[in-house]
Each structure stands twice: as C-alpha cells, then as structure tokens.
Design a protein around this ligand. Sequence first.
Ligand code: FE2
Ligand code: FE2
Length: 147
Amino acid sequence: MRSEFHSKLLDKLVDVGEPAFNMAHEKLLDMVINADLILGSSVTESRSLSTEEWNTLSAIFDELIAYAKIHFAEEMDHLRAHRYPDVEQHQVDHDALVDELNHFQRKVMENDDANIKEIRKWLLGWLLNHVNNKDFAYAQFFAAQKK
Ligand SMILES: [Fe+2]
Ligand SMILES: [Fe+2]
C-alpha cells in the first residue's frame, strides 16, 4: 500500500504533453518511492537496515539508473527531432542527473546507515525537480508552438 505522502508525490508530477514520457516519469517515481519506503522504515522504526535491505536498495538503484538512461535518451531524441532550442542544456542536465544517480548508488553500496538521511533527501527531490522544471519547460514550449 502506498502512503498518502507517496500518493501526493505522484500527484505532483506535471503533464509533459507526451503520454509515453508521462508514463516513464511515473515508473521512475514508483522506483524512487519503493527505495524511499525501505530507507524510511529505518527512520520510523529507529533501526539499522539489514544487508538484505541494502541489497534490495542497490537492485532498485540499478533499475532506476538503467531506466532513467533509456528515458533520457528517448527524451533527447524527441527534443532534437522537434528542434527544441534548449536541447543542449537539457542534455547537460540529464548527464548531471546520471552522475548523481551513480554517486548515490555508490553510497548505497557502502551499506552505511549514516548515509540514509542524505540519500533519502536527494532521492525524493531529483526527479520531481527535473520533470516539473526542465521537462515542463519543453512541454510549455511545444504547447505554445501548437497555438
Ligand atoms: Fe523526462
Ligand atoms: Fe528531461
């Protein structure tokens, strides 16, 4: 069962005007939420994460990174094909996110409870920040062109 907090996160995702991309964003956010549930359980239950939980987190991160890369590549193809003027900056933003994902994947692999707060804070922010600002910018640009 998804908590109210997690449902609210999903509700916050903006419509970027492309159903396939909206679905990809939801799928990515689902992975983020699944990872957050594990990280959050250590906080709410005031306990350490088990090795098994860290391994599950690491597997979610692997999937998250792989799926994010596929989505980013599809989005870039779309932006280039439709001559989005800020396409190069969008590529830079995606590359920075992949670097961050890899950085936090390494943090997960340290299996250190001291990193939980930091991982969690970043994990809940990066996707919504990108989609609701940078992806929303191309959505607005293309919507204005159609008028
Ligand atoms: Fe996106
Ligand atoms: Fe994007």
